[in-house]
Design a binder for this molecule. Sequence first.
Ligand SMILES: [Zn+2]
Length: 71
Amino acid sequence: MSITNPSSASGANVHFEHYCEEVGCEKWGGFGHSPSKAIPVRWWCWEHFPYKSYEQEQALRRQLEAAERDG
Ligand SMILES: [Zn+2]
């Protein structure tokens, strides 16, 4: 029986948690942005991501308004 232990294999699990950096927001920060490689990436949820295009911003706003109307 020869098993190579996958959990001790090279460099697994280089993973860190990055939630939305907006104060009070507890959503997962799935959208990162960094102006250059020298600067660490900052993370936001889609709602708070500040680098959306105008069209994306409008689309999100419509979604949020629709969700509010539905209660
Ligand atoms: Zn957020």
